[in-house]
Design a protein around this ligand. Structure first.
Ligand SMILES: Cc1ncc(C[n+]2csc(CCOP(=O)(O)OP(=O)(O)O)c2C)c(N)n1
Ligand SMILES: [Mg+2]
Length: 411
């Protein structure tokens, strides 16, 4: 007879059941300013402690403290605040447009706005992001792409630059350093590492920025990308957005329970940071640190951005089925917009009146863009790209079988 108890498989607790409060103590939230900032040429092994803590700049009183304070010009921070506000307004309006059936599908980044908008300010023109569907802030922070054009894509109308061939939100803007979004999770990571390697092989100075969610790190592509980034010292920033959820599964299911996602990086020989993703200043500082490393040929950096997905996963999802309604309010890192607003007010570089005015201006700007986009049609009124466009842009010269199909379609 065996002296051992029967084996049992450990299954992570579904912490966020409706009616049962999510336990956020696993986050081990460090005090702002307490975490050291190593030189950008630090060896990966010298970042091990930074992968298990949380880099924060804004303290309880919303002051910028500690070695990671990026000492940013208040003018830049005001720009960042407006970019976050614009992103939230844009998302809010597009969500309503989806409910009105003007758009087939939408995904918000509510609560995560600081990550993409601050990161965008640390990159140079010509760098290439390989985003997921929740980094619209990269585009909205930089104004390289007019909102009208983004909305025409969302509405799959006659001015949709992608001619209805991509799901709404899956933008593609080579000119703005925004690689075509693929719905196949984690492909972004291997593609970004490959792009970064190509940049180095060509002797260029451009860097890549790869994006993935907590859930998608369970894909093999994530681990393959880390191995290649480490071995070839690819000039790439490896961003892991830990927003606590992968649709309805809590991040523990992807392996974040007893360790961190940043720790994956140091385990592979990659310098790694774990950062408060709702702290605009910390995001800016960590992004600049990683960008400088990559640009100076010092190798890749993995950054885990700790944040909270405050909205539904997508317009096809109902989070009340799997998490308590007040989860976001209880999340210890707060709202990124409120935190930067209070910081700027504390500096004397912003006020409640200016905030209200900016809110009204941005709402008007987004509403005007929507009106203009809707002039070219929405999903509701059937102003879609012509049928023959379905056959175009695949081959330089259309092969006979596609010619036949085009004729059969009567276009
Ligand atoms: C390879 C692959 N598997 C599954 C899916 C379906 N899917 C789409 S989004 C998603 C959850 C992703 O969660 P996470 O990586 O945490 O990103 P988040 O949505 O939280 O930003 C899943 C399972 C997919 N698109 N691709
Ligand atoms: Mg997630």
């Amino acid at each position: 007879m065996s002296q051992h108890d029967p084996l049992r498989l450990h299954v992570p607790e579904p912490t966020g059941r409706p009616g049962c409060q999510t336990d956020f103590s696993y986050l081990r939230v460090a005090r702002a300013g307490d975490v050291r900032r190593p030189p950008v040429d630090a060896a990966p092994v010298d970042t091990v402690d930074l992968a298990y803590t949380l880099i924060r700049v804004l303290d309880e009183e919303h002051r910028a403290v500690g070695p990671w304070n990026p000492q940013a010009d208040p003018q830049l921070l005001r720009r960042g605040l407006r970019a976050m506000m614009k992103t939230r307004i844009f998302d809010g309006r597009m969500l309503i447009a989806q409910r009105q059936k003007k758009i087939s599908f939408y995904m918000q980044c509510l609560g995560e706005e600081a990550i993409a908008t601050a990161h965008a300010l640390a990159l140079y023109h010509g760098d290439m992001c390989f985003p997921t569907y929740r980094q619209q802030g990269l585009l909205l922070a930089r104004d390289d792409v007019p909102m009208v054009e983004m909305m025409c894509q969302l509405m799959s109308n006659g001015r949709d630059p992608l001619k209805g061939r991509q799901l709404p939100v899956m933008y593609s803007y080579k000119r703005a350093g925004f690689f075509s979004i693929s719905g196949n999770l984690a492909t972004q990571f291997i593609q970004a590492v490959g792009w970064g390697m190509a940049s180095a092989i060509k002797g260029d100075s451009k860097i890549a920025s790869a994006w993935i969610g907590d859930g998608a790190t369970a894909e093999a592509d994530f681990h393959t990308a880390l191995t290649f980034a480490h071995v070839y010292r690819a000039p790439v920033i490896l961003n892991v957005v830990n927003n606590q959820w992968a649709i309805s599964t809590f991040q523990a299911i992807a392996g974040g329970e007893a360790t961190t996602f940043a720790a994956r990086g140091v385990g592979c020989g990659i310098a790694s940071l774990r950062v408060d993703g709702n702290d605009f200043l910390a995001v800016l500082a960590a992004s600049r640190w990683a960008a400088e490393r990559a640009r100076s040929n010092l190798g890749p950096t993995l950054i885990e951005w700790v944040t909270y997905r405050a909205g539904a996963h997508s317009t096809s999802d109902d989070p009340s089925k799997y998490r308590p309604a007040d989860d976001w309010q209880r999340f210890p890192l707060g709202d990124p917009i409120l935190r930067l607003k209070r910081h700027l007010i504390g500096l004397g570089a912003w006020s409640e009146q200016e905030h209200e005015q900016a809110q009204a201006e941005l709402e008007a700007e987004v509403a005007a863009a929507q009106k203009e986009a809707e002039r070219h049609g929405t999903l509701l009124d059937g102003h879609i790209p012509p049928l023959e466009s379905m056959f175009e842009d695949v081959y330089k010269e259309m092969p006979p079988h596609l010619h036949d199909q085009l004729q059969q379609a009567g276009a």
